[in-house]
Design a protein around this ligand. Sequence first.
Ligand SMILES: Cc1cc2nc3c(=O)[nH]c(=O)nc-3n(C[C@H](O)[C@H](O)[C@H](O)COP(=O)(O)OP(=O)(O)OC[C@H]3O[C@@H](n4cnc5c(N)ncnc54)[C@H](O)[C@@H]3O)c2cc1C
Length: 474
Amino acid sequence: MKRIAIIGGGMAGLAAAHELWQLQRAGNSAFTWHLYERAPQLGGKVVTTQKDGFTVEGGPDSFLTQKPAGLELCRELGLEDELIPCNPGAQKIYVVVKGRLCALPTGFRLTVPTQWWPFIKSPLFSWRAKCRMALEPWMAPRRDEADESVAAFITRRLGREAADKIGGPLMAGIYVADPQRLSMMATFPQFRALERKYGSLQRGLRQSARQPGRRPPMFVSLRGGMQQLVDTMSAPWRDQCHCHTAITRLTHRDGTFRLEGDGVGDAYDHVILACPLHETAQLCGEVVPAAASLMRRVRYVSTATLSLAYRAPLTGLNQSLDGYGFVIPASERQRILACTWSSVKFTDRAPAGHQLMRVFIGGGEQEVLVEQDDAALVAIARDELRTLMGVESAPLWTQVHRWPQGNPQYDVGHPARMRAVMQAVADLPGLHVAGSGYQGIGLPDCIRSGRSAAAAAVDSNVWKNPAATIPRLG
Ligand SMILES: Cc1cc2nc3c(=O)[nH]c(=O)nc-3n(C[C@H](O)[C@H](O)[C@H](O)COP(=O)(O)OP(=O)(O)OC[C@H]3O[C@@H](n4cnc5c(N)ncnc54)[C@H](O)[C@@H]3O)c2cc1C
């Protein structure tokens, strides 16, 4: 009987375990499996706390529906009725410009205006920038497949001001990355595909908006927070998961892998490594050194999220809470990256008469801030909320979550590097990798990669050439 080990109990490792369990339920009894997780609990970056009627997310607070793996998993787990959309009544996103919050005009699709009147009226951009953005359909399209940075792409299509005010905080912000280094092909290949197909982003977005069919809300969460997905998924096979168990060494001899770690010395035929790349590299250095050295080149940065629970109304507030929150361009030189108005974005995140805010700190040049103690981080967050929104109220309580070396950086050239990693991993039959370091940091990407790795472990014909699954432009 085939023996399979999963190392790492974040979303990718859990999705791999779910896939194995599903295959067993469907009648495949030709394998056994175990999951090893270093932390005391499952979930990795997914951490939800319930406190005093508030639902606090330490990591992800929602997932994208356009990539189907997240919704599909929820449906399989019977969680469809538990899905909640972002508040449709307060969809604004603000950008900080010269120290003030300025709403993104209606109809903006990440960086591209699709409705002209709100765009023309918006004080967010200078007239010069508006004229440059309006010229986008006449800019010569790029049709090759070479990578470039997000900043280079937006500057090329929409001009420098759009790159600074929108591209940086909105697009690169999702990845807590420097837009000058962030790979366009690894993060937003769909925009390059639109440019290639339609010659212009505006034309492309207008065409795709015309396609018939009802679209689900772009982002959804679960009533009990993202942890509900972890708990529901793992409930049937929780006893096959070994928490508090760090794997420290992986060796391979005569077709068998041996795991070493906290009280572990077990042999397996297949191993799925579902850890961050720097930790995976450490584990697979002896068995696939070429892959490990490529993995080590992927940088990770540290961030922290701070949740602040308030009694409403907030004293001093000079900003209406009518959106999901705000992002801050690097040129504004603030000490926080962004703030989500969590109890507005999802209306059930705070009890009646209260508000919940979530502030993001760290990344890039501000990484050192994450090392400060909780009180110092809370002081920074309160200071910035006072300056930007006038908030004088003291929070009822706060929660800090740190993510040291927790955010993979998809630098320009990342897809090609990952194709090489996958090829090098595929050279050793029985070894599989999954997780946010490779082909997408979002939860749906992690779910897809975990499930694919599990399917490949069970049936080696499923994924003969994993490098071929890293998409190129269509
Ligand atoms: C603050 C924040 C907000 C985010 N927001 C969103 C969002 O809103 N929507 C979204 O889709 N995505 C979001 N993301 C991204 C997403 O949460 C992550 O990319 C995803 O959860 C990563 O899952 P993973 O399984 O790849 O890795 P992880 O969650 O990092 O799991 C890896 C696991 O491996 C374990 N491990 C490591 N080494 C070993 C070892 N040697 N032995 C045993 N176990 C080991 C670790 O303890 C960890 O539990 C966010 C991320 C952060 C940090």
